[in-house]
Design a protein around this ligand. Structure first.
Ligand SMILES: [Zn+2]
Length: 864
């Protein structure tokens, strides 16, 4: 495998394009596909099916005498055109049909392909119980995006072709079959029942779907249209709890997008072993059954609600307005991700929405710094599925928010209405969005797209502030630190508002706001003000995608953390305070953790407290374990895990023993317990006690999605030198262990490997090599994650084998990236390991000294 590609310098970022990447274009069109009709018989016990796929094609010109369809690993039995057998070639990937006679322009032909499939590997999935998992339900479901529909029926498989579709399928009773559009007929026939679904609005092949199972059907409605939730029987209540807001969301999105929900029904089917979180098939979304919440999970799980909103948003962005080519997928994924923000704002308010947006931005920023940098729009890749990354989703969402900021709310929604109305039931490219904006508002936002869509990156702003009391001038210096001095290539050119804040006793802060154009590496601005401001809000509203480092004096940061009404500004101030360190910073952060009105700021304050390496941070943090909000408690637990002292161990242990209302808090506590015990080496028995406690969690706290027990596994994986912990983790990688727990155990093998003896390392590698042979997508992902964390070049062999064998493009890419990680680590590892250990000892000694010094200073200052 060639590796040099990864080292190619891309402004210090790894290249998105892997070896073999090339430009991708839509194929030439022989004509317009008007209708696709699948007539299928499922043989569920034998995991096979047969049937006919009939494609109606309106030729674009006369004289076409051959057609080339996508069809992978199907058994093609015959091809007829308008009832006449036709010769064809099939290489198990492309079906080439000779047309005799040749086409006549505009005269529709019907191509009927009889075919069968046994044990399909992709496209259509048979789920069934086996000896390890006897309670697994029997189901059939499909997954088309991006280019997998060709694995379950022959088609022109690219999103530029839109057609109506129809699926007739015979299934054994008591199974029911759900598909796109409306049910036009059912017929019982002995032990079988035939379901006939018709999708009368055009859509692309990747959105055609079929789901079969013995489901419970829960009926809801929106404006007289059926809204249906299908789940495994017995989970009806979880279904309502998890999806029950759907009708209100349909109402909300219909209003926001300026287009009433377009399809005759909306179904959500929760299926077993799904390989995505959700898939927005037209009018029939499939969701992983893991999103179904029980009462306790609903306490602090918002992911399900966001997932439901995301997939529903696609019914407009993706299904009604279809992307013409994968390179423009951000149009739909960005909006679906932004719709999560919009729904959060609608349901939970502005602060929650702002924080949601910050978390999305951070996801993208992490990918940019750790994986690669790319333009959002690119057609150079190996497989289209590689594009489905944090650039596409989260950065796309941030771009939509910046468009909204540039236009203002009213014009933004008008432009969105125009875009949806003009392009309903059609395909779009990125330029169509720009055109809709210009048509509606007159604004040309190409400058924004050039900076954030058509090229990679974002600005890193460093902001310094000072006040000149004599001349009453505020001086603000902004540096774009992402750009090298003297170079203009990475600079951004944006108009950014700077607001000077005046806190009012018992009221809202007042602001004096100025917009400045930032386009050079370093710019200084002087603002005449009547009074000295208490704080400075850079990029007021925090609407632009960026990073910020605030270089303000302590009082300004304290005031901002306390008084800035924008939670994101408070969060930036908290981060800057933590960077300063010291007891005053701890005090300010402790106050925020205790009393900020918004839980997101309390979460961030707890993280920042742990970053200040002073013993005094502990006392401020530990009170956060009493916070009413489970998300804050979880964050406090994670923060305490970084303060590896007897006190933090005690606090975590008692929380884990006594339990918490939230699964996630308990899981974090279990993980933290292992992390703290792992460094308390002066007390050997501590490790033993920690393993005992974690083992009791494993034995006693089975439950929803195995969240708590997976936390215990993560805790064990922190005990990297313990053979006993490894033995336990290995046990949970066995077949028959509940899947979510087993996947956690597989991943944990990577974490725990770094401190193990050579003999144990061999055991881990051997186990992962066995597991790499399992074909299930999520198992393969876990194996790759584990191997990628290992520090031995022996992991590379297994990863390379997996990369070359897996049928999944996502796994292949992850495995290749993991090879790079392992190479980087295994080389420098030995040398740095010893240094790191020595450094840790020094740090601990230094922290104690610093803490004592801070206390002394505090004492002397109160006296003085
Ligand atoms: Zn999506």
């Amino acid at each position: 495998m060639p590796h040099s590609y990864f080292d190619a310098d891309n402004n210090g970022h790894k290249s998105f394009e892997l070896p073999g990447a090339k430009p991708h274009y839509n194929p030439d069109r022989p004509g317009q596909v008007e209708h696709i009709y699948l007539d299928l018989n499922l043989d569920i016990p034998n995991q096979s099916y047969n049937g006919t796929c009939t494609i109606s094609l309106k030729p674009i010109r006369s004289g076409i005498n051959s057609l080339s369809l996508d069809a992978v690993n199907l058994n093609i039995e015959s091809v007829q055109v308008d009832g006449t057998n036709q010769a064809f070639d099939y290489d198990r990937s492309k079906l080439d049909i000779r047309l005799e006679p040749a086409t006549e322009v505009g005269k529709v032909i019907k191509i009927a392909i009889a075919y069968s499939v046994e044990k399909p590997q992709r496209g259509l999935y048979f789920i069934a119980p086996d000896k390890h998992y006897p309670n697994k339900p029997t189901q059939v479901w499909t997954q088309g995006e991006d280019e997998d529909s060709r694995f379950w029926f022959p088609c022109f498989d690219y999103p530029g072709q839109l057609a109506t579709s129809e699926i007739k399928v015979k299934v054994p009773k008591p199974f029911i079959a759900i598909s796109n559009g409306r049910l036009i007929d059912t017929q019982a026939d002995g032990n079988y029942k035939t379901y006939h679904w018709l999708q009368e609005q055009v859509h692309p092949t990747y959105l055609m779907t079929l789901a079969v199972g013995d489901f419970a059907e829960i009926q809801d409605e929106w404006q007289g249209k059926p809204v249906t939730y299908y789940v495994e029987k017995g989970r009806e209540e979880d279904a309502r709890r998890s999806m029950g807001k759907t009708p209100r969301m349909i109402e909300f999105f219909s209003d926001k997008y300026g287009y009433l929900y377009a399809f005759p029904k909306y179904a959500q089917v929760c299926v077993d072993d799904f390989i995505f979180g959700g898939m927005e098939n037209t009018s029939t979304t499939l969701l992983t059954d893991r999103c179904l919440l029980d009462e306790r999970a609903a306490l602090d799980n918002r992911n399900t609600e966001s997932l439901v909103a995301h997939e529903l948003a696609h019914q407009w962005f993706g299904d009604l307005v279809v992307i013409k080519h994968w390179s423009h997928a951000w149009i739909k994924e960005g909006m679906a991700s932004y719709s999560e923000v919009m729904w959060t704002q609608q349901e939970y308010g502005n602060e929650e929405a702002a924080y949601y947006r910050l978390l999305e931005a951070r996801n993208y920023l992490a990918e940019d710094s750790s994986r690669y940098r790319r333009p959002i729009v690119t057609h150079v890749y190996r497989e289209a599925i590689e594009l489905y990354d944090r650039h596409l989703y989260e950065k796309g969402s941030c771009v939509y928010h910046m468009i909204r900021t540039e236009l203002g709310d009213e014009l933004f929604w008008n432009a969105i209405h125009t875009f949806v109305q003009d392009n309903a039931h059609k395909t779009v490219e990125t330029v169509d969005l720009l055109r809709a904006i210009e048509k509606t508002t007159g604004r040309n936002l190409l400058f924004l797209f050039d900076q954030y869509v058509y090229r990679g990156g974002y600005p890193d702003f460093q902001v310094a502030y000072s006040w000149d009391a004599d001349s009453k001038l505020a001086k603000v210096t902004v540096t774009q630190t992402q750009a090298k001095a003297g170079s203009s290539t990475d600079l951004f050119d944006l108009k950014i508002p700077i607001a000077f804040g005046y806190a009012q006793e018992g009221g809202e802060s007042q602001f004096k706001t100025f917009a400045v154009r930032l386009y050079e590496r370093e710019q200084s601005f002087y603002f005449p003000l009547e009074e000295k401001p208490q704080f400075v809000s850079f990029d007021a509203g925090n609407n632009y995608l960026k990073t910020v480092a605030l270089e303000y004096a302590l009082p300004e940061l304290q005031a901002q953390l306390q008084y800035d009404p924008d939670p994101i500004s408070r969060i930036y101030a908290a981060a800057a305070l933590a960077k300063k360190g010291g007891l005053e910073a701890i005090k300010a952060l402790a106050r925020a953790l205790k009393s900020d009105r918004f839980w997101g700021v309390r979460v961030e304050a707890s993280k920042n407290l742990a970053d200040i390496k002073l013993d005094q941070a502990f006392d401020s943090l530990v009170v956060g374990l009493e916070d009413d909000n489970a998300l804050v408690r979880r964050s406090v637990v994670e923060a305490l895990a970084q303060i590896k002292t007897k006190d933090s161990y005690k606090a975590i242990k008692s929380l884990l023993k006594n339990g918490d209302a939230s699964y996630y808090v308990e899981a974090s506590a279990a993980r933290a317990l292992g992390a703290i015990a792992s460094v308390n080496l002066e007390d050997e028995s501590k490790e033993e006690k920690a393993i005992k406690l974690l083992n009791s969690v494993l034995e006693e706290r089975a439950g929803w999605n195995e969240v708590v027990r997976s936390g215990a596994i993560a805790g064990l994986s922190q005990l990297k030198t313990s053979a006993a912990a490894l033995d336990l983790v290995l046990q949970y990688t066995k077949s028959g262990v509940p899947q979510a727990l087993r996947l956690a155990a597989i991943r944990a093998l990577g974490t725990i490997s770094s401190g193990q003896t050579p003999v144990n390392l061999e055991r881990i590698l051997e186990r992962l090599e066995q597991l790499a042979n399992e074909t299930f997508f999520l198992t393969q992902v876990s194996v790759v994650v584990a191997l990628g964390q290992m520090e031995t070049i022996k992991a590379i062999g297994i990863l390379s084998a997996l990369a070359s064998q897996t049928p999944d493009g996502r796994v292949r890419r992850m495995a290749e990236e993991a090879v790079q990680q392992v190479q980087a680590k295994s080389g420098s590892q030995q040398a740095t390991k010893q240094l790191r250990e020595e450094l840790d000892l020094l740090k601990a000694a230094n922290q104690e000294l610093k803490s004592r010094l801070e206390t002394l200073e505090a004492k002397s200052s109160t006296k003085g």
